[in-house]
Design a protein around this ligand. Structure first.
Ligand code: APR
Length: 314
């Protein structure tokens, strides 16, 4: 019998709720909204509210709330947002003390209950959390990715579209590196449907866009008092969809590196083919010397947090 796919969302907060809405709406499968026991009723209530959308919007997906890992068992995809978000003035790295024990707890349970799921981590500090998840579970590097590059690229592309006064649909750009203030918006590959962006936007304006992209998350934290959730959820769902529908999309995702771009034993945003096997291939693209330098700086920042994580006893 054909079965609907099961997508479990670990963390039923702001991003979790939006993820559930999108997954159901795009008919990717049934949704489990998981949170800690103290928030089980909250998760159940959110699930019910979203499920009641279905008669109006016309989807058959079941959406359930739970705090029991048994309900997550057999998931095809896990999207992890467990943890606390940033408050104004905090960097993503400031979250490591609170979110590290949480990702370890989630990883230990996921290993037991759904070892075969394709896993997308969103919790921050992203590159270190996804690294720790893989270390705890020992999962295949093909089945684990961090969501950052799709979101950072979406921000970058939006700012470019507005400045160039062109449709967002025609902007092609990727942001690589770690999900922090050193991330690398790749200007050398940025085009308006193949036409180099430099034909549309002057260098000083492009530099300002690069800076705004790097602080794109912080800009929203300062405005809202908590971190963004609509675009982060949409970005993660694009990754889940690429996997579930075997789309073989070329997306910038935090992937486990074993020498690609010159880095080893590190997760960082790189272009990768995402399809039915998960992270099917990392695509090494030529970067300018300046971009290589920026990537090295970003990698060093990521390594710094990973070193803190490695020194923190379980
Ligand atoms: N297991 C499952 N869920 C947990 C756990 C845990 N061990 N610990 C905390 N949570 C839940 C919280 O109870 C909360 O409902 O994770 C949820 C997080 O939701 P929000 O506080 O609304 O945060 P959100 O905006 O969704 O961001 C979550 O994603 O982008 C990152 O920086 C952000 O790390 C943050 C994460």
């Amino acid at each position: 019998m054909a079965k609907r796919k099961k997508i479990s969302l670990i963390g039923a907060g702001n991003i979790g709720g939006e993820l559930a809405r999108l997954v159901a709406n795009t008919q990717l499968g049934d949704v489990v909204l998981f949170d800690i026991p103290a928030k089980e009723n909250f998760a159940k209530g959110k699930a019910l509210d979203l499920e009641q959308n279905s008669s109006v919007l016309g989807y058959d997906a079941k959406i359930t709330g739970t705090s029991k890992w048994e309900d997550v068992a057999g998931s095809d995809v896990l999207i992890i947002t467990a943890g606390i978000p940033r408050k104004p003035g905090q960097s993503r790295d400031d979250l490591v003390a609170t979110n590290l024990p949480i990702i370890r707890d989630v990883a230990n349970n996921a290993k037991k209950h759904c070892p075969d799921a394709f896993v997308i981590v969103i919790s921050n500090p992203l590159d270190a959390m996804v690294y720790e998840y893989m270390k705890v579970t020992g999962c295949s590097k093909k089945k684990i990715a961090g969501m950052a590059g799709v979101l950072d690229s979406a921000r970058f592309q939006l700012f470019i579209a507005r400045e160039a006064n062109v449709s967002i649909k025609d902007v092609r750009a990727m942001v690589l590196g770690g999900h922090g203030d050193d991330m690398v918006p790749v200007l050398s590959m940025c085009t308006i449907n193949g036409v180099p962006v430099t034909q549309f936007i002057a260098k000083d304006k492009l530099n300002a866009i690069v800076e705004r992209t790097r602080k794109g998350g912080g800009e929203i934290v300062n405005l809202m008092g908590t971190s963004a959730y609509y675009a982060p959820a949409t970005s993660a769902v694009a990754m889940a969809e690429a996997y579930l529908l075997d789309q073989k999309r070329l997306l910038p995702v935090a992937s486990y590196l074993e020498g690609e771009f010159g880095y080893k034993d590190l997760f960082m945003g790189v272009p990768a083919i995402v399809g039915g096997e998960g992270i099917e291939k990392i695509v090494e693209i030529p970067l300018t010397d300046e971009e290589k330098g920026m990537l090295a700086k970003s990698a060093a920042s990521v390594q710094g947090i990973v070193d803190v994580v490695k020194k923190t006893p379980a």
